[in-house]
Design a protein around this ligand. Structure first.
Ligand code: SAM
Length: 270
């Protein structure tokens, strides 16, 4: 079955409450995997297959597909984070470790940076890449929906291009809030809804160009079709802002980058 509609989020949009947002299918236990409707229990496994498949080519494909723009989006995120020496930072779905590497320099020896991901192949590539670069960070393989950290531990939590792969985004966002200190900040960098002016060219690029590049470079067009579809199924800027407010984040703001191709959402925990 395919689902082409906009994701539906149900829930009371009340700060401080743990609201369950039912994605696409409010009354059953299905969710979306790209444009496919799948059983909730199936999604994590399907996502794992994608990232197992792309792990070794992830960096080169990232640069190719975004024309290097992902580096600028991450530089903006790092600048906006205000990370200072001595801080504790958690990077969720950190994959090959771009943010963790930059944060590690900023927090210095008195700080602490954790690179985490649910996927062993991605985490191993990231950890090895950082080690080869002389950067040592703590690593943990874990699901963002069940974080193995105590309440109120981190100053900053980041998740870059990871949230859209998660089955229960509301549970993951609530977990991110739980592990933040009061006064801490969550930053969600993710693909979002482009301005209508860019939409035709962006659609052509996403569905015609990217899967073909994926086929040539990584011999895997399906994973890169999933990428394009999962972006379309991800909540738009305002919906994600409401989701963050729904799990209790305060002062949620977002910055549109590159005409809304990507948005950086920032929320505080008071
Ligand atoms: C597109 S990569 C992003 C990697 C990196 N953050 C970056 O910006 O380059 C998405 C990552 O999300 C991870 N992921 C998917 N579901 C997850 C979950 N439930 N918990 C933690 N990580 C997850 C995947 O394993 C993958 O490494």
């Amino acid at each position: 079955m395919h689902h082409f509609g906009k994701a539906i989020y149900n829930g009371l949009n009340k700060p401080g409450t743990n609201v369950r947002f039912n994605v696409t299918h409010p009354n059953d236990n299905t969710t979306h995997f790209g444009y496919e409707t799948v059983d909730e229990r199936e999604k994590a496994g399907r996502v794992r297959q994608v990232f197992d498949s792309v792990a070794t080519k992830y960096d080169v494909m990232n640069d190719l597909m975004s024309g290097g723009l992902h580096r600028l989006w991450k530089i903006f995120t790092i600048a906006r984070s205000g990370v200072k020496p001595g801080m504790k930072v958690l990077d969720i779905a950190g994959g090959t470790g771009d943010l963790a590497k930059a944060f590690s320099k900023k927090v210095g020896p008195s700080g602490e940076v954790w690179l985490t991901d649910i996927n062993n192949a991605m985490l191993t590539c990231g950890r090895d890449r950082l080690l080869n670069n002389g950067t040592i960070v703590k690593t943990a393989q874990c699901d963002a929906e069940k974080l193995p950290f105590p309440d109120g531990y981190f100053d900053i939590v980041t998740v870059a291009f990871g949230l859209r792969n998660m089955t229960h985004k509301d549970s993951a966002l609530a977990e991110m809030r739980r592990v933040l200190k009061p006064g801490g900040k969550l930053m969600v960098l993710e693909f979002s809804k482009v301005t209508p002016l860019l939409a035709p060219i962006y659609d052509f690029y996403s569905f015609q160009v990217i899967p073909r590049v994926g086929k040539v470079v990584a011999n895997d067009s399906d994973s890169y079709r999933y990428l394009a579809e999962s972006i379309r199924m991800h909540p738009d800027q305002e919906t994600l802002k409401q989701m963050m407010e729904g799990v209790g984040f305060d002062r949620v703001q977002y910055h549109n980058l590159t005409g809304g191709v990507v948005a950086l959402h920032v929320g505080d925990k008071f």
